[in-house]
Design a binder for this molecule. Structure first.
Ligand SMILES: Cc1cc2nc3c(=O)[nH]c(=O)nc-3n(C[C@H](O)[C@H](O)[C@H](O)COP(=O)(O)O)c2cc1C
Ligand code: SF4
Length: 479
């Protein structure tokens, strides 16, 4: 995990919880329109992947139990984990890339409706991602994955001052490189080959020499639209298009996207496919269905998009008709740490990962609501350009006072809590009932994130206590 050079250990925020009356009169527990829907409160549980689906992407009983538990706390909105829009193997992550996934998802919808007494609005986050391979063993990489060509022969001949390499066989080049030291390997391999060796092969949206990447602008609108139609059919109140973090659509929005086919380069070109996807989704689900978006307020990587880009995108998204804008930050592959051999690179291990899920080991700003100023800048610009879709702020927000202040200052319209909701899904109910002092407070030390990184079922250390209990315990009320 990435760390600040001289981290400061912050204590979780001391706070005063509201009485039931104060909660009832608060902004946080007042309703808000999201598209043609009304959410009962401005509370929001953003998407969290729990690693509980079957290997084939179906909803399991564990998924149902997980979402039922969140629904019991009755947040205004609950967003189901990033769910794959394609029907391709992706481990125990939910999928929505075929009609056969609809019955399981419908069960999930019914479970949440029942557990929340119909109060919680349920959206599903839908995602496309490109190939990311595990870091290979060195020998395997050179024997099986490296495509030897003349560039390697020439580089070897020059580095070794031995022209004989110019006519060497593929096998000889592989054999030699496999046993070469790092310095020589660095001279002979391209930067992408080095990355494949040291981090595992990873596709980018800019790999337009690959047909399936070249064709993404042609393919993705229909794929997202079909997935959204299934979401509607399964009974979700809306879809959230995942344009954040390390995945395909964020790759298009990234300032690093220099595709030369009209879908990269300028901001206008980078936002083109995200808008085309939106329009096709809208065309297929109709105007009376909630379609929102999650994207980055800042990529937090060198050469990445900054808040000025986010403002531009937000205005474009609002103008196009998105029903809500949910902001996140960072979470990129570009600055991720090197994985161990046999493991895949994880986009939350670098500085950008820190900014996505900040911990109490922080800088002087601390982890609590540190991206709120960016969200506020985005919201202000969107509102000034004449649009008012609800804007969701998330990241290190765990007290009523924090949330209420964000809303009072107009920095966001809705407040999201991911880890705090995992630590205690009853936060919303407890605070509403004036029983905030019973909240199990998140300590922001990311045990949950480590499980996500290891692709293990996600739990919280506060109630799992190392025993691998998969569900938060029930709220044992005194009455
Ligand atoms: C275990 C785990 C899984 C997550 N999965 C997703 C996801 O599927 N999609 C997404 O947009 N964000 C995901 N996030 C990020 C959260 O939605 C949220 O933005 C982040 O945790 C910061 O908010 P917090 O401080 O309230 O936890 C995940 C976070 C955690 C801890
Ligand atoms: S494991 Fe629990 S306490 Fe720790 S950061 Fe995650 S949700 Fe918070």
């Amino acid at each position: 995990m990435w760390k600040f050079a001289n981290p400061i250990r912050h204590q979780i925020l001391q706070t005063r919880w509201p009485t039931a009356g104060e909660a009832a009169r608060s902004r946080l527990f007042s309703p808000i329109a999201i598209g043609n829907l009304e959410a009962r409160s401005r509370t929001w549980v953003p998407a969290m992947v729990p690693w509980r689906a079957t290997e084939d992407g179906f909803v399991t009983q564990q998924n149902l139990d997980w979402y039922r538990r969140f629904a019991e706390g009755r947040p205004g909105v609950l967003v189901v984990e990033a769910t794959g829009v394609r029907d391709i193997p992706s481990g125990p992550l939910l999928r929505i890339g075929d009609d056969r996934f609809i019955p399981g998802l419908r069960k999930l919808v019914e479970t949440v409706r029942e557990a929340s007494g119909g109060e919680t609005r349920l959206f599903i986050q839908i995602i496309d991602f490109l190939a990311v391979k595990r870091r290979p063993e060195k020998a395997k990489y050179f024997q099986r994955f490296l495509t030897v060509d003349d560039h390697h022969r020439q580089a070897l001949a020059a580095a070794m001052k031995q022209p004989v390499w110019l006519t060497a066989s593929d096998d000889d080049v592989r054999e030699f490189l496999q046993n070469a030291d790092d310095e020589l390997i660095e001279v002979v391999l391209t930067s992408r080959e080095l990355e494949a060796l040291r981090f595992g092969y990873r596709e980018r949206v800019t790999d337009t020499h690959l047909k399936h990447i070249h064709d993404l602008p042609h393919e993705l609108p229909a794929i997202f639209a079909a997935a959204s139609e299934r979401a509607r059919e399964a009974g979700f109140h809306g879809v959230e298009l995942h344009y954040a973090h390390a995945y395909t659509m964020a790759g298009f929005l990234s300032a690093q996207n220099d595709r030369a086919d009209g879908y990269g380069g300028s901001r206008e070109n980078r936002v083109r496919l995200p808008l085309e996807v939106y329009r096709e989704v809208r065309r297929r689900v109709g105007n009376d269905y909630v379609v929102g978006v999650r994207f980055l307020a800042d990529e937090v990587i060198a050469g990445g998009s900054r808040v000025e880009d986010a403002i531009f995108y937000a205005q474009e998204f609002a103008r196009a008709g998105f029903d809500f804008l949910s902001l996140s930050k960072g979470g990129k592959f570009e600055d991720a740490q090197q994985p161990k051999v046999g493991q895949a690179v994880y986009p939350y291990t670098g500085q950008s990962g820190y900014e996505c899920m900040p911990t109490v080991l922080s800088d002087e700003v601390g982890p609590f609501g540190r991206s709120v100023p960016l969200v506020a800048a985005v919201k202000k610009a969107v509102n000034e350009s004449g649009f008012n879709p609800p804007v969701v702020a998330t990241g290190g927000i765990s007290t009523f006072e924090q949330a209420e202040e964000i809303l009072r200052l107009g920095q966001a319209d809705i407040v999201g809590m991911a880890r705090q909701a995992l630590a205690d899904p009853d936060w919303f109910m407890k605070v509403r009932l004036g029983r905030g002092d019973e909240v199990r407070r998140c300590t922001y030390t990311n045990y949950c994130e480590a499980l996500d990184q290891a692709h293990k079922p996600v739990t919280c250390k506060l109630w799992d206590k190392g025993r691998r209990v998969l569900e938060p315990p029930p709220w044992l009320t005194a009455d």
